[in-house]
Design a protein around this ligand. Structure first.
Ligand SMILES: Nc1ncnc2c1ncn2[C@@H]1O[C@H](COP(=O)(O)OP(=O)(O)OP(=O)(O)O)[C@@H](O)[C@H]1O
Ligand SMILES: [Mg+2]
Length: 471
């Protein structure tokens, strides 16, 4: 068979961009167009293939031949060709039949899709990374409507994909950042630059979650912004740890400071106290006596505060012994009940029977319960209400909950109530040391005090204490 004539001029199929091969019924090449010659590099290599067998990569030949034999007229078949220089390219081809007098030719119309395939693969890899990364990711269109969120984003935000697609990302807005803040972010990204910063968002259930957010504009080939990519790094856990660390560091430094001050104030106070006693004993002047009694009372008050301060910061010298928590709770409530002249308060004790004994200093723990119970009574402000006292054991922890139906604590104050000298009580009524000392004591037993409160509804103080095995 002769090789196809390559020099014929003015053929229409030479004008087409696709490679076109015309085959007789047995895959022998009858003709092919200019695009085929160029794309396969035949001309420069001086090659004149006579069969498709020289063009299709050998491992795929059987497959290609099969397609031809079955007369599979149709589109979108795939194979690979080997060019004259040995390079392989990905091909997508259509098959058509050309009826001529006496024979039927097979026409293969082929397109080099190597680049397209590479891009598809790249896209697939990229979208898999985005989809399965642990970082929450959202993509919006140019108007800021969400068009994609990954599973990590659904998990962290608590919203499902369907609830997010088509919405503006401000559905997660915690209200923590000013309009001005977001205005600046928008200006920044609209100028084509990426923005990175820490943001506080809100989950579906209303709880906050902190992330480091990177927003970068997505541009098309012409440089027009067609959307935005938002990639988050979840900082919630880190924020909680930071806050805990800050709290314990603060307590520690305040403790050191307080101990110092208590020490400095303690000595002169002892002198003043002795002097007052001396004058009280020696004077006969009633006016002086009366005023000195007042001075004595105030000194007692200062001394109590100082004792609290020192107690907090000095390691306890009391003895640790196995303690029945329920009994300590009952005794504490009795003390508060008599001391506070409790009326109109309904008390409900629900104490778990199977509590293990805990190695603590009973007097100190009772001080903790008394402080918290006094606060609970105070929170009712003389009105009728309830106090619940509950104990329970889970795993190697004992939990005591003291709940009141009192006035509650605002979220800002919840952060502060454990600080020394924080009080909302009238001068002379509270020193603001009760919770601070209690917190210090519970921490010294490796426990923790947690607070939940709602203004107008009441507060719950939860004391968690570890059960320690034999050392
Ligand atoms: N159960 C509660 N309900 C409402 N507010 C509370 C409750 N417990 C504590 N607080 C708030 O926390 C503040 C600090 O409590 P804390 O026990 O440390 O000090 P205090 O009661 O003011 O003074 P004291 O040193 O006499 O205990 C209180 O002044 C009050 O505002
Ligand atoms: Mg108190």
């Amino acid at each position: 068979m002769s090789s196809p004539a390559l020099s014929k001029e003015g053929r229409v199929f030479d004008l087409l961009p696709e490679m076109i091969f015309i085959l007789d019924g047995k895959s022998a090449l009858v003709d092919y167009n200019k695009s085929a010659v160029q794309a396969m590099g035949f001309e420069s290599a001086g090659r004149h293939p006579v069969s498709m067998r020289e063009i299709v990569v050998p491992p795929l030949w059987a497959d290609f031949e099969g397609t031809m034999k079955n007369g599979a007229v149709g589109s979108g078949h795939e194979t690979r060709f080997v060019k004259a220089d040995g390079l392989e390219i990905d091909i997508s081809y259509d098959v058509r039949l050309l009826q001529a007098p006496g024979t039927t030719y097979v026409v293969v119309i082929a397109k080099d899709v190597t680049e397209q395939k590479r891009k598809e693969l790249e896209y697939l890899q990229f979208s898999n990374v985005i989809h399965y990364t642990i970082n929450p990711i959202q993509i919006t269109d140019a108007k800021g409507k969400m068009v994609y969120v990954n599973p990590a984003f659904e998990r962290v935000s608590g919203f499902s994909r369907d609830e997010l697609i088509g919405k503006n990302p401000n559905i997660l807005n915690s209200g923590r950042h000013s309009r001005d803040f977001w205005g600046k972010v928008w200006n920044h990204i609209l100028s084509g630059k990426a923005w990175v910063g820490e943001v506080e968002n809100r989950r579906k259930d209303g709880t906050p979650f902190h992330t480091e957010l990177l927003i970068s504009p997505i541009e098309d080939a012409a440089g027009t912004v067609v959307g935005f990519l938002g990639a988050h790094r979840d900082l919630t856990e880190q924020k909680i740890l930071e806050r805990q660390l800050l709290r314990s560091q603060k307590m520690e430094s305040i403790g050191t400071l307080a101990a110092g001050i208590a020490h400095e104030v303690g000595n002169p106070l002892t002198s003043i106290s002795s002097l007052v006693q001396v004058i009280l004993r020696t004077t006969t002047d009633e006016f002086t006596k009366e005023k000195l009694e007042l001075v004595k009372n105030q000194i007692t008050r200062i001394a109590r505060i100082i004792r609290d301060l020192v107690d907090f910061s000095r390691p306890s010298t009391y003895v640790v012994r196995p303690t029945d928590i329920n009994q300590t709770l009952r005794e504490a409530w009795n003390i508060v009940q008599y001391g506070k002249k409790v009326r109109d308060i309904k008390v409900e004790l629900s104490l778990a029977e199977d509590l293990p004994l805990l190695d603590v200093v009973p007097d100190q723990l009772s001080q903790v319960f008394i402080n918290i119970l006094i606060n609970a009574v105070d929170s009712l402000e003389g009105k009728a209400g309830s106090i619940w006292i509950r104990s329970s054991a889970h795993g190697n922890q004992v939990t005591v909950q003291i709940r009141d139906s009192g006035k509650g604590i605002t979220p800002e104050h919840c952060e502060k109530v454990f600080e020394p000298f924080f009080t909302t009580k009238e001068v002379g009524k509270g020193s603001g040391l009760g919770l601070w000392v209690s917190y210090g004591i519970v921490k010294s037993f490796d426990g923790d005090v947690l607070l939940q409160s709602a203004v107008g509804k009441g507060s719950t103080f939860t004391i968690v204490l570890p059960v320690k095995g034999p050392a």
